[in-house]
Design a protein around this ligand. Structure first.
Ligand code: ZN
Ligand code: FE
Length: 242
């Protein structure tokens, strides 16, 4: 394995992600929104923290970063376009850039929709996608700043990645997403099977993520939208679902 990736459950239902390039030992945490639990996790992984990486500007993804950077000396990398509303960046990346985490390279993918400046980090060699509040297990992020057309295009880009790609999202929203997904696609057998698996995992207090692009293609109604209009209807349906 070239890249180790592990979820760190923080706050009520957020996931930060611990990353280690195994060739060099270089490590990172994506979306470090708290300090203590991240420090504890890093300590248990050997204590090395080189990078604090960012997907988007919301507090539940960045609130711990300035203090962690000051305490550990880790460098901060995020979207240049959002620099004014992110913690101080040591490296400002742009969509299309390649970011080197040791020997593991991440492609920076522009994924607006949840926010204007939301980016996703895709490690081809590590078969890992960190997509925060764009693509969730069986769901997608709310449109807080972007348009349905932007989010539809962002999701289409992510859905086109290789099927084995691990989907490391920003929240444990899976059971709620499944309830809505089943209301849209009640006869989807893959979705029914995932629902059983997810329920069992949550009953044991375990994460339901990462899933894979292949699984999301099978179960995620937002990836089955025919066009922008259909996507907008699905998203509105989820916003009003209870
Ligand atoms: Zn967010
Ligand atoms: Fe979030």
């Amino acid at each position: 394995m070239t890249l180790t990736v592990k979820p760190i459950a923080i706050l009520d239902d957020n996931y930060a992600w611990f990353l280690r390039d195994e060739a060099t030992g270089v490590t990172a945490v994506m979306d470090a929104a708290v300090v203590g639990p991240i420090e504890d996790f890093v300590k248990a992984e050997g204590g090395r923290l080189d990078w604090l990486l960012i997907t988007h500007h919301h507090g539940d993804h960045i609130a711990g970063i300035a203090e962690l950077a000051a305490r550990t000396g880790a460098k901060v990398a995020g979207n240049a376009q959002d620099a004014a509303r992110l913690p101080k960046l040591d490296v400002a990346v742009k969509p299309g850039d390649v970011f080197a985490l040791g020997a593991s390279e991440a492609q920076i993918i522009d994924t607006p929709g949840h926010t204007h400046g939301h980016i996703s980090w895709y490690f081809p060699s590590g078969e890992t996608l960190l997509c925060a509040d764009t693509l969730f297990a069986a769901g997608c992020g709310r449109l807080l700043e972007g348009t349905p057309a932007e989010m539809f295009a962002s999701l289409q880009k992510l859905a086109a990645l290789p099927e084995a790609t691990k989907v490391c999202c920003g929240h444990e929203y899976t059971l709620s997403n499944i309830r809505y997904a089943l209301s849209v696609e009640p006869d989807n057998a893959a979705l029914q099977a995932f629902a059983e698996r997810a329920k069992a995992l949550r009953a044991e207090g375990k994460p339901t993520v990462p899933t894979t692009i292949g699984l999301e293609q099978a179960i995620n109604p937002f990836l089955h939208a025919r066009d922008v209009k259909h996507f907008a209807e699905l998203r509105l349906g989820k916003d009003n679902f209870r």
